[in-house]
Design a protein around this ligand. Structure first.
Ligand code: NDP
Length: 291
């Protein structure tokens, strides 16, 4: 069997197009544009690249982008002070504090300082609390998990009653993905670094979401024939044939998995493009609540 590719690049482009159309409509009606503020503390090159990409994507769909860069040695009060200013700024509909923050800063307190109505990353403890509770609705769903769910929906995957296995339990990906799959009435197993016999657990999965950060960890013989595989992992592996000296691979051994799975997301070009599309969607939703 050769799996059908779930084309995240194409699906994200389609989502962005709908967002751009809605932004144009709302801007014409209100004379205002949705605005996203990014806060970057420190000089981490990967974080700088992510923030740049988010700003560029905002402009492409007609949104405003505000970029704030603070030095790596900023104090807790300085970062929280900026967040409070952005909370009070009516031109800013969404606030994104780029993670990870430098170690001396209290991430929980900074994320908790973001106004609930502007928490477009969905990491405010109240939003996360609502996400995991039955019958409650968060104002925003974290972008990567939301992107995984949109990929599944758009691919027509039936989740009700399906066995779903999530590898990873981070606050950013694994835990919220598991909660969303549960709300979609899948039977969910969440695995982590202490789980035993991952191969056996994964081989029962109708839907397998891998978010561990270990290149190619999920082998072809871990996958149930015909299963849907969502590979969230983004890992650098050495590749002398590339100018950069590396290439990006997922947590799933793609060449093996593609022979067994029914559908699979590639890396790159799967979940990655969806994350930013969902950030734009959340920013648009935040703006819509103000008009
Ligand atoms: P974290 O490091 O925060 O979490 C990794 C999780 O995987 C933890 O729960 C950990 O278990 C578990 N884990 C680690 N090693 C193993 C193992 N050998 N067996 C089983 N479980 C293991 O990572 P993130 O959740 O932030 O990210 C996961 C991956 O997704 C990374 O590759 C990251 O780059 C990528 N990512 C991609 C995004 C995108 O837009 N495409 C966005 C965000 C992340 P434990 O809890 O026990 O430590």
């Amino acid at each position: 069997m050769t799996a059908t590719l779930i084309d995240g690049t194409a699906i994200a482009a389609d989502v962005r197009q709908s967002i751009a159309a809605r932004v144009a409509e709302l801007s014409a009606a209100t004379g205002r544009k949705p605005g996203l503020a990014t806060v970057l503390v420190g000089e981490d090159p990967a974080s700088q690249a992510y923030v740049r990409m988010k700003g560029k994507n905002c402009l492409e769909v007609g949104m405003e982008s505000f970029s704030y860069k603070l030095p790596a040695d900023s104090t807790q009060e300085e970062v929280e002070g900026l967040v409070r200013d952005l909370n009070a700024n009516p031109a800013v509909n969404g606030i994104l504090v780029q993670l990870p923050l430098p170690k001396h800063l209290d991430e929980e307190a900074i994320l908790g300082a973001i106004s609930l109505e502007k928490d477009v990353d969905g990491f405010h403890p109240v939003n996360i609390g609502r996400l995991v509770m039955k019958g409650r609705k968060p104002l925003f769903i974290p972008c990567t998990p939301k992107g995984c769910m949109v990929l599944l929906e758009r691919s027509g995957v039936k989740l009700e009653g399906a066995n779903a296995v999530v590898l990873g339990r981070s606050n950013i990906v694994g835990m919220p993905v598991a909660a969303l799959l549960l709300h979609a009435n899948a039977t969910v197993t969440t695995c982590h670094s202490r789980s035993k016999d991952l191969r056996a657990i994964c081989s029962e999965a109708d839907v397998l979401v891998a978010a561990v950060g270990r290149a190619g960890m999920v082998r072809g013989d871990w996958i149930k024939p015909g299963a849907v595989v969502i590979d969230v992992g983004v890992n650098r592996v050495d590749d002398a044939s590339r100018k950069s000296g590396y290439r990006l691979v997922g947590d799933v051994n793609f060449d093996e998995a593609v022979e067994v799975a029914g559908m699979i997301t590639p890396v790159p070009g799967g979940v990655g493009p969806m994350t930013i599309a969902m950030l734009l969607q959340n920013t648009l939703d935040a703006f819509e609540r103000t008009v």
